[in-house]
Design a protein. Sequence first.
Length: 76
Amino acid sequence: MKAPDPDHFLRQACLYIHDHRVDVASDPRTWTIRRVEKQVVGGVPRTVVYYSCCYLGDFAIFDASGKLVQYIAGAK
């Protein structure tokens, strides 16, 4: 990883992309985190991590335990 990743958000995204064969236009190992937002949706806490990469708006959703539950590729 390029930058410190104490919560393993970058690492988990890379593993998820690899394991689920998500089509991305750049190597996720070159990404950085743009911002992290803590949210509560329907009473359920989650963390949304926005990445800086080649697609517009790539982000991942992590549950309260810090496990990645969904990766969403942005507009190409």
